[in-house]
Ligand binder design. Structure first.
Ligand SMILES: [Zn+2]
Length: 478
């Protein structure tokens, strides 16, 4: 089934076709974090969604190049640097490192490149220079360089590709200097901001005087440098569609005269406990806040992955508790499959050497078809839990042989290459060690203590100590 995605640009769900004539390589860009604080759970919804898109493309056989920028200079950062009396790099470095740590905790595959805005000033200046040459940007009396929406539209270009804008309400000559503004304030926006005393040490030289880039030009410069003038997919939260993404399109297409991005995907908002997240309501969580409450990155990832990306999702602590039990069901099933698959086949043949009986639900096909339908994650999870139910039933009535268990594990691993939840044991114990431990538990249950002891010795020889605790056996690295 062909992969279909909802493209904000065409407001329709389309078959995905990459630019690459061989149909293999895909360029993917997601607006990364503004590193002025720890990312909150609303931000994480977007980044986990981006990870799902990347993994789904890979599952479908594409060779993805995934780029996520680090916004390390913009209005909010400069304000915090001033307030905390530190340097830009010292301030942003701390939050950038925390962001990358959190990304790993949430089981996201690292992007292939995470370019920093401050390391792409020459590319931004070049882009602004081209816009000035083409008459689309101008230096204003305040010393800053602005993008002229009127001139851009005059070239036959369209401003308002992602959102509908009412230009009749626009006043000619209006300008906006700040990075963030609303649809009612659509106006010429800043590409280069002239240095002001509040900027402190944060400024660079430019042909138009000392200053710093606007936020929007950063993403145009970094994405086109990493992925080319026109690339396949650009993602972000829906709150970025205007003005950020609209301005990215205008700057890029204005400078190159070519289409910027073929598919735009936007993730919906997150509510927490039924309300808009806010510090004053006490429902504002960073990932670290949730870890401190005893939840794991894996549980948070699972919960964020239960809702379709275009639907507003209500994130709750009860939901996280539910994630724990849903994951436990998967872990139990996969753990039992591992124990069954690792049974030694007797040399003389016998039940363990039987060919697969087959008959299991086609997990990978059902899962893949669900995701190909604009990332229908609810149907994808339904495929997973149908498979868990059927597999448990077949293991309970002994109708699953060793070959079936091995095939089932292969299917699970393929599916998990997209879900990225692994199994609990994988967090720190290698699969072969876990399988041995599971066999020992099975031997003990069967009162085959000789075999259980032999497995314990084997584990010890491999550098693992097994201890029986009230909560079951625990593995420890020697
Ligand atoms: Zn961006």
């Amino acid at each position: 089934m062909a992969l279909r995605l909802h493209n904000t640009l065409t407001r329709s769900t389309q078959d995905f076709a990459p630019l690459d004539p061989a149909g293999k390589k895909v360029g993917l860009y997601c607006c990364g974090p503004t590193v002025y604080d720890f990312a909150h759970i609303g931000n994480w919804r977007t980044f986990v969604f981006a990870d799902l898109v990347r993994r789904t493309l890979e599952f479908n056989g594409y060779d993805v190049r995934y780029v996520m920028n680090i916004t390390d200079v913009e209005d909010k950062i400069i304000k915090r640097v001033r307030e905390t009396k530190t340097t830009l790099r010292e301030f942003t470095g701390k939050f950038e490192a925390a962001f990358l740590d959190d990304l790993k905790t949430l089981g996201c595959r690292l992007p292939h490149a995470t370019p920093r805005a401050t390391e792409h000033i020459p590319e931004m200046l070049e882009l602004i220079g081209r816009l000035i040459e083409r008459g689309i940007a101008y230096k204003a009396a305040d010393g800053s360089v602005y993008f002229s929406i009127e001139k851009y539209r005059g070239c036959g270009c369209k401003y308002g590709q992602l959102v509908k804008l009412n230009f009749d309400e626009m006043r000619a000559g209006q300008r906006v200097a700040s990075d963030e503004y609303d649809k009612e304030s659509v106006a010429d926006f800043a590409l280069w901001k002239a240095r002001v005393p509040d900027d402190g040490d944060v400024f660079w030289p430019s042909p138009w005087g000392e200053g710093r880039p606007g936020w929007h030009i950063e993403c145009s410069a970094m994405s086109m440098k990493a992925l080319g003038t026109t690339f396949d997919l650009h993602l972000g939260g829906e709150d970025l569609a205007f003005p950020h993404h609209e301005d990215e399109i205008a700057q890029s297409e204005g400078a190159t005269g070519r289409p910027f991005v073929n598919y735009w995907l936007h993730g919906a908002h997150l509510m927490v406990e039924g309300k808009k997240m806010s510090k004053s309501l006490g429902n504002f969580f960073t990932l670290r806040d949730l870890l401190a409450k005893g939840f794991t990155g894996r549980e948070v990832r699972y919960l964020l992955l239960t809702a379709h990306y275009r639907e507003t999702f209500n994130f709750t602590l009860d939901g996280l508790t539910g994630a724990k039990s849903a994951l436990a069901r998967i872990d139990e099933c996969v753990g039992k499959l591992r124990a069954l698959a690792s049974l030694v086949v007797p040399p003389s043949g016998g039940p363990a050497a039987e060919p697969p009986r087959g008959g299991t639900t086609n997990l990978t096909a059902n899962f893949g078809n669900a995701l190909a339908d604009d990332l229908n994650i609810s149907a994808a999870w339904a495929a997973v839990f149908d498979w868990v139910r059927e597999t448990n039933k077949r293991m309970a009535d002994n109708s699953l042989n060793v070959a079936d268990a091995t095939a089932a594990l292969t299917a699970w691993e393929k599916v998990d290459s997209v879900l990225g939840i692994g199994t609990k044991a994988e967090a720190d114990v290698p699969a072969d060690i876990q399988a041995l431990a599971d066999n020992r538990t099975a031997a003990k249950k069967a009162k085959d203590f000789k075999r259980a002891d032999a497995i314990r010795d084997e584990l010890k020889a491999k550098g693992w100590l097994i201890e029986d605790t009230a909560k079951g056996p625990k593995l420890k690295k020697i």
